[in-house]
Design a binder for this molecule. Structure first.
Ligand code: ADP
Length: 633
């Protein structure tokens, strides 16, 4: 059949350009990527045959072969796995479907310099295309198991590729790299060197559960057909004890299953014995993936049954709030035919989930005590996700609270745990105070904070949307209530002395008239106007009743399509502020209060502005303000 030429999809072309002119110094990893793809293809074939015995495929000796031809300067990576159909080759190799890669390219366009580009390549796997770092032409010959016809794909990476159907192709896929000319100054990067290939496989692919064989090295004039040699040990790392396995070996396994090119932050091993036996090797990544909060984020670990790969992204083994955890779980007593439907109902799976969850939380806890810096990285990357567990997983709430930490008014960069907060609470302080808002800046300077700052009372600064939800769900910690400083009445003065209490009563009487009158003026927006104990500098602020929805929650519910009534808030005035004092005096003395109506409106708008809000009618606000300023000239 004739050869057809196709154009690469735009993103694919960009990626290829990058590989061809690669700035990435560690080119060796191309082999890891190809061996990794081959290994996946073998896993898939074994599984397909298991599910459907009538599949016309030979699974008697599944393996990966590497072949070097020194004369032709080619390196071939061959597997007898699942292979690809003609259409699949075009779809899988000609386009980029992986969302991580798309993200990678977006960032790459922004990183102008080569150093930035190198850093980025190190973060994102680029799979098959990495072959173009070392080859100026790549040929892929493949036949899908069960199909007759094979397909040959060829490209020099320059915008187009060709496809043709071929007869007599062996089952599986072989990728032949036509290596770039040898660099006499850099023998280290000669990929026709047997020694080099052996070293790379040992370093990056030792744990691959299929044999990786080096077959008949050709070249140097005579055809040497040496015996095939298996280069990898094929040891399932999760089944071995920790002291037998090096850190590097764990890290390479992580990279293979996660498609992350960076080392993980933490490796967690669990070997459960007894009636339901399983081994787990879990990893905490060092960086949160970009799509962690998107709906189609692929979560879950790899499930093996008795060393046989069963599925990627097995969601049932960990709760959604641990969706960033990668790894392998190998169960001895599940059926090889286990399906997602069965997993969802299986009692053992639920027990495994419980145990794995506890194990992960326990290792975060030890990270916290043993290595504060690593813990800080972890919490920065994944804290927001973990806090979802405070709402959804009441069984592990205590364990989650133990590892959670928060920004605080005590210290700029430091975070504090609830335990630490409670330990340094002031005498007479009964509650744990927090404030929620969009950014640290906006809440740090909010008027609600004034009295707390003056008295040196610590306040937690909560800026994630989920914070609004978990504080309500959790309610208290070790008998101390979690209290928003922007909600309800805060009486920090009560501890001081009795006289203060008397003064306040007197003040309340003096202001009663003004407060009632202002409430009427602001009827649309506030349900009460009262004197505040939380202000020292600002004239006014807005607060909510203890059980009211906060504005952020209100808009969150609306965004989710739920109908919620508009919650009116409470306007608090600072009776020690000259403006408020003057207002009261004017109210008591004047007959004509039309001026005061405007002042009331301005005061309310100022309180809205102070918490980062926006006046209802900005144009009117500006007009009133300009008018006042003019009079001060
Ligand atoms: P990734 O492996 O990250 O998905 P690649 O570009 O390396 O990205 O590969 C794209 C897809 O092509 C793979 O997901 C797989 O479906 C298919 N593929 C690649 N190599 C092989 C192979 N040796 N055998 C079968 N399919 C393969």
């Amino acid at each position: 059949m004739s050869t057809e030429t196709f154009e690469f999809q735009v993103e694919a072309r960009q990626l290829l350009q990058l590989m061809i002119h690669s700035v990435y110094s560690n080119k060796d990893v191309f082999l890891r990527e190809l061996v990794s793809n081959a290994s996946d293809a073998l896993d898939k074939l074994r599984l397909a045959k298991l599910r459907d015995d009538s599949l016309d495929a030979d699974v008697s000796d599944l393996h990966i072969e590497l072949e070097i031809d020194k004369d032709a300067r080619t390196l071939t990576v061959r597997d007898n796995g699942i292979g690809m159909s003609y259409d699949e080759v075009g779809k899988l190799i000609g386009t980029i479907a992986n969302s991580g890669t798309a993200e990678f390219l977006r960032e790459l366009r922004q990183a102008q310099d080569t150093a930035g580009a190198e850093g980025l390549i190190g973060q994102f796997g680029v799979g098959f295309y990495s072959g173009f770092m070392v080859a100026d032409e790549v040929t892929l010959l493949t036949r899908r198991a069960g199909e007759e016809q094979g397909t040959r794909w060829t490209s020099r990476g320059e915008g187009t590729y060709t496809l043709e159907t071929v007869d007599g192709a062996p089952q599986g896929t072989s990728v032949t790299l036509h290596l770039k000319p040898a660099d006499p100054d850099n023998q280290l990067h000669d990929y026709t060197s047997v020694w080099k290939i052996k070293e790379i496989v040992k370093r990056y692919s030792d744990f691959i559960t299929w044999p990786v064989r080096l077959v008949g090295e050709r070249g140097d004039g005579d055809d040497k057909t040496a015996e095939p040699e298996t280069l990898n040990s094929m040891k399932a790392l999760w089944a071995r004890s920790r002291d037998e396995v090096s850190e590097d070996e764990y890290h390479e396994l992580y990279k293979h299953i996660s498609h992350d090119w960076r080392d993980p932050l933490e490796t967690i091993q669990l070997q459960a014995e007894g009636t339901f036996e399983y081994q787990a090797l879990l990893f905490l990544p060092s960086h949160a993936p970009h799509d962690l909060f998107t709906r189609d984020f692929k979560r879950g670990v790899q499930l093996y049954v008795k060393r046989v790969f069963i599925m990627d992204d097995c969601e049932e083994l960990l709760p959604p709030y641990l969706r960033f955890v990668k790894g392998v779980v190998d169960a001895q007593d599940l059926s090889l035919n286990v399906s997602r439907e069965i997993l969802q109902q299986d009692r053992h799976i639920r027990m495994m989930q419980r145990r794995l969850t506890k194990k992960v939380l326990a290792s975060v806890k030890s990270m916290m005590t043993d290595d504060a810096e690593r813990y800080a990285t972890f919490w920065r990357e994944f804290g927001t996700v973990l806090k979802e567990g405070l709402v959804t997983d009441s069984d592990n709430r205590d364990a989650l609270l133990a590892v959670a930490s928060f920004a605080t008014t005590h210290g700029d960069d430091e975070t504090v745990t609830l335990q630490q907060y409670v330990e340094r609470m002031r005498d007479g302080q009964d509650d744990i105070y927090y404030i929620t808002g969009e950014s640290r800046e906006s809440i740090d300077n909010s008027p609600h904070m004034e009295a707390f700052r003056e008295r040196g009372i610590e306040v937690l600064l909560l800026t994630d949307p989920v914070d609004e939800v978990w504080v309500d769900a959790v309610g208290e910690y070790e008998g101390k209530r979690l209290r928003s400083i922007a909600k309800g009445e805060i009486d920090l003065g009560a501890q001081d002395d009795e006289k203060a209490g008397e003064d306040r009563e007197k003040q309340a009487e003096e202001y009663a008239g003004l407060l009632g009158w202002m409430r009427e003026q602001l009827d649309e927006d506030v349900k009460e106007v009262r004197l505040s104990t939380r202000l020292t500098v600002s004239p006014a602020c807005l607060v909510a009743d203890a059980h009211d929805l906060t504005p952020a929650l209100e808009s969150m519910y609306r965004a989710m399509g739920q109908e919620v009534p508009r919650t009116k808030r409470i306007l608090e005035l600072n009776a020690d502020h000259a403006l408020v004092k003057g207002l009261n005096q004017a109210y008591r003395e004047r007959e004509d209060r039309s001026e005061l109506t405007d002042t009331t409106e301005l005061l309310y708008s100022l309180a809205v502005l102070a918490e980062g809000g926006r006046p209802k009618d900005p144009a009117r606000f500006v007009q009133l303000m300009a008018d006042r300023m003019e009079r001060t000239l």
